[in-house]
Design a protein around this ligand. Structure first.
Ligand code: OXD
Ligand code: MN
Length: 588
């Protein structure tokens, strides 16, 4: 039964139905009864495995096809009419050509299957910040995951009313053929099409596809920003909560920072941290001229391996109920899950992520390195009381970061907004031996948005510059690097909870409460400005962590110029001026 009379929706659903030809169409109303029925259906086919109800109530294991375990950047497209609007960092194809190609693949793709119609909201339903979408899918895994990651159901259709303002999303697993796998965005049509994949990052269309790629384009047109950022509230002993957003490329500790537990010396004094978001921030200019952030998501789609009671107890706690685990180890003894880095006790009687018998003695990994948990945000013990707030939280600081063994100091502050945009635009991260076999290859990832910016990155930087002009009280912008190493290659900074020591300085700077010295890069703390009490880090090491190696930075400038060159005249003049100024300072 159709759940709406909105002709913009019903007409499109009818058209897509005629294309993919499902056996039946089911509208998702968001009720627990309907979701439970679908979970049972998925259990019967093996799509979901029910886990131990006592130890992991409401939790399920799902396995994706072994050829389909990660986002596919090479097959992700931005199909704007003009190629220059997608820019050099995106794959592009003419929209008409792409529609033709996709329609052939989608033709009859759901034959014999059910098509689910999922109305969903990014943001609190009915709030000014919220944006709505409809995802059509032939996957129950997608339905139950969207029910965790977003707000779904009839209430969303009621909020859309008879408007045409919603994002269309069509997903079909089709044959899971990697050669015909496409994740395609048509920003000028507010449409997303995903086919031949069942992996979360490719098929939970509210997340990267809508909340970043499409939303970044909407934000540009409507004077707001969609960013790949965590949102963290830091409560000081006076009970005042100040908020930061942080953009980091993958494997740089974003979820850990979002769920940070203060070091003991801080906890004793009353410091607390609160998670508003771990992956995506939508940012708008408030009436007070400050930047306000909401997390448009309703859950966490986190990487499982490495998540432990030590590294991130809050994330682990979030997965203890109503969670879907994908591609982790199945412990057959007690019907629970396990992954590398959870603890030192891999199960003896288990199946690996592919469902094969596994006991870790052959040295193979049990969980896929990109195995995930899909957990409701409200499960997180440190979820912020502002998580559901309609207007969001005011942002005092934006922190950019990457993994750099030598160049970037532990922390520095940009001189002003435009310089901060420059700092974000030159973000880069070094690949690790574990990830690629090649250590220290620098990959540029401006604002951690390289895979997620829905339009030309040069225009995106210009949008940042323009937003700064409209903010009478902009956040201050910083860069951090938790990954500096010494001569022997050991990390010099302990990271994790101790990162609060740096965040404290960052926030104090935003309220004129802390000192700094000016360097070629911007403002840096003096060693005494960072509280090292109980950290085990000496003042000497801290000094080392804050050093700027001019020779390395001049080499860095050459790399930045080379990177910038591909944007031609789309490179904002402000950024061209910043690289000139940095090089001049380093050459003094
Ligand atoms: C990512 C993610 O790939 O959040 O960035 O899943
Ligand atoms: Mn992410």
């Amino acid at each position: 039964m159709k759940l709406t009379d909105n002709v913009h929706i019903t007409k499109w659903v009818d058209e897509m139905t005629a294309l993919v030809k499902p056996e039946k169409v089911v509208w998702i109303d968001g009720s627990e009864a309907q979701l439970e029925e679908l979970r049972h259906e998925a259990m019967a086919t093996g799509e979901l495995i029910k886990l131990n109800e006592e130890k992991l109530p409401g939790c399920y294991l799902h396995r994706s096809d072994p050829n389909d375990v990660a986002r596919v950047e090479g097959r992700t497209f931005i199909c704007s009419k003009r190629q220059e609007d997608a820019g050099p960092t995106n794959n592009w194809m003419d929209p008409q050509e792409m529609y033709k190609k996709l329609y052939e693949i989608y033709d009859g793709a759901m034959a014999g299957r059910t098509m689910y119609v999922i109305p969903y909201s990014m943001g609190v339903v009915g709030s000014d910040f919220a944006k709505y979408g409809i995802e059509l899918t032939d996957s129950i895994y997608v339905v139950v995951s969207m029910a965790i990651m977003t707000r779904i159901g009839k209430a969303v259709l009621d909020a859309i009313g008879d408007s045409a303002d919603y994002i269309k999303g069509l997903h079909s697993k089709a044959e899971l053929d990697p050669e015909k796998r496409y994740i395609v965005h048509f920003p000028e049509d507010n449409t997303i099409m995903s086919v031949n994949s069942g992996y979360g990052g490719n098929v939970l269309l509210g997340k990267k596809c809508f909340a970043l790629r499409i939303a970044s384009t909407l934000g540009r047109n409507e004077d707001w920003m969609a960013e790949h950022m965590l949102i963290l509230g830091v409560e000081n002993p006076q009970g005042e909560v100040r908020y930061v957003c942080g953009a980091f490329p993958s494997a740089c500790g974003k979820t850990n920072l979002a769920m940070l537990i203060p070091p003991e010396a801080y906890r004793e004094k009353g410091w607390k941290c609160w998670t508003v978001g771990d992956d995506i921030a939508w940012l708008r200019i408030g009436e007070d001229g400050r930047l306000w952030a909401v997390n448009p998501e309703n859950g966490f789609f986190g990487v499982a391996p490495g998540t432990s009671a030590k590294s991130n107890p809050n994330a682990l706690a979030a997965t203890k109920k109503n969670t879907i685990f994908t591609n982790v180890v199945h412990n057959l003894d007690d019907n629970t899950v396990w992954w590398e880095g959870m603890d030192k006790n891999p199960p003896k009687n288990a199946e690996n992520w592919k469902g094969e018998p596994w006991d870790c003695t052959d040295g193979s990994k049990g969980a896929h390195p990109n195995s995930r948990f899909t957990a409701p945000a409200i499960n997180c013990p440190c979820i912020s009381s502002e998580f559901e707030s309609k207007q969001g939280v005011p942002i005092s600081a934006i922190i950019f970061g990457g993994r750099r063994a030598k160049t970037a100091p532990l922390v520095y502050q940009s001189r002003n907004w435009d310089h901060g945009v420059f700092v974000g635009s030159i973000m880069a991260s070094e690949t690790t031996a574990a990830a690629t076999g090649q250590v220290g290859v620098v990959r540029r990832d401006p604002m951690a948005m390289r895979p997620f910016c829905g339009y030309n990155m040069g225009d995106y930087w210009q949008h940042w510059i323009d937003m700064g002009k409209k903010l009478s009280n902009p956040p201050k912008i910083f860069n951090v690097n938790w990954f500096r190493t010494d001569e022997q290659g050991n990390f010099e900074w302990p990271g994790f909870g101790d990162n609060l020591r740096v965040v404290e300085w960052v926030l104090r700077r935003c309220f004129d409460e802390a000192g700094a010295v000016e360097t070629e890069l911007g403002y840096e703390p003096k060693a005494e400005d960072i509280n090292l009490d109980g950290s085990g880090v000496t003042a000497e090491t801290l000094e080392d962590l804050l050093k700027v190696d001019k020779k390395l930075w001049l080499e860095e400038c050459a790399g930045i110029r080379e990177y910038y060159a591909q944007f031609g005249d789309k490179l904002p003049k402000e950024l061209a001026e910043e690289i000139d100024a940095l090089e001049a300072k380093l050459s003094e």
